[in-house]
Design a protein around this ligand. Structure first.
Ligand SMILES: Nc1ncnc2c1ncn2[C@@H]1O[C@H](COP(=O)(O)OP(=O)(O)OP(=O)(O)O)[C@@H](O)[C@H]1O
Length: 272
């Protein structure tokens, strides 16, 4: 049986072939939060570099946002011990978020917008060609549902995206990896995982709801996550209501109904 690491590397390799994430000569800024996903991404990218016939380098960057008790020395020690080129940047966005967000509301949205702006600037300063974020398959699926259920948008997460100002390219090498595999790998490898609730913010209730919904859906259809991932890569613009897309795609009649066998094909399903 394939090891966890082999499974995850195969999925990174598949994402790379499909979406052109890592290229010869790249200098990747690997964004490290201290959570399981970004540690796994960093470790796996180093392993992946050993497997491929082209060359890329990386610098691990953590933004210490000033959360009380953030164990920045734990991150530094690990990065040094492992020999990763790294930068730890300190900007107290925590105070800003605490000041600006009304009591009882989640901090996450403002916190991540502030973080993004700072990380984009750091990437330019460091001459990085791309920024790698640790989002995985389950982040993508949750975002796809969140946007439909709460924001009226058919939109998930791009594996590779140019920022609006054109200065940065974001990549998500773990986008085909399952969260449970990433979590198990983080335990297996003993990464120094920092909890993400240091800010004391409320949970993002909508995301929690979507997670719960997925668990319920999975009870009836164990393939539901695979199907949602496949759907994100199998868009039929002619069968949507966006007037900007009319006329694109084939005319294959009505949408495939549940149980008619047309919803999934082996090619659409992304299997480990
Ligand atoms: N403080 C930070 N400094 C640098 N990069 C960050 C920081 N916070 C988040 N990131 C990057 O953004 C990604 C998504 O952040 P998010 O807070 O949603 O974390 P997550 O999905 O729990 O992942 P992780 O387990 O890596 O924390 C992270 O995987 C990481 O690449």
């Amino acid at each position: 049986m394939a090891s966890l690491q082999q499974t995850l590397l195969r999925q990174i390799s598949r994402a790379n072939r499909r979406f052109g994430l890592l290229e010869d000569g790249d200098k990747i800024m690997v964004a490290i939060s201290g959570g399981k996903d970004s540690w796994a991404m960093l470790h796996l990218l180093r392993e992946y570099r050993r497997m491929v016939p082209f060359s890329f380098t990386w610098v691990a960057v953590n933004l210490d946002q000033g959360h009380p008790g953030f164990p920045v020395e734990v991150l530094r020690e690990y990065l040094e011990r492992e020999g990763h080129e790294h930068r730890i940047v300190h900007v107290d966005t925590y105070s800003v978020v605490k000041r600006e967000v009304p009591a009882g509301k989640a901090y996450c949205s403002l916190c991540s917008r502030l973080r993004r702006g700072i990380l984009y600037d750091v990437a330019v300063e460091l001459g990085c060609t791309k920024i790698a974020l640790g989002h995985h398959r389950d982040d993508l699926i949750e975002t796809l549902l969140l946007n439909q259920l709460y924001a009226g948008q058919l939109k998930a997460m791009a594996p590779r995206l140019r920022s609006d100002d054109g200065r940065n390219t974001i990549i998500r090498p773990l986008i085909l990896c399952e969260e449970r595999d990433v979590a198990a790998y983080a335990i297996e490898q003993g990464f120094p995982v920092v909890p993400c609730d240091l800010c004391g913010s409320q949970d993002n209730l909508r995301r929690a709801h979507v997670r719960q919904l997925l668990v319920q859906l999975e009870a009836n259809n164990p393939d539901v996550r695979r199907s949602l991932l496949a759907a994100a890569g199998n868009v039929k613009p002619s069968h949507l209501l966006d007037a900007r897309l009319q006329g694109e795609g084939d005319d294959d009649g009505e949408a495939a109904g549940a149980g008619d066998g047309a919803l999934l094909s082996p090619q659409m399903l992304v299997r480990a």
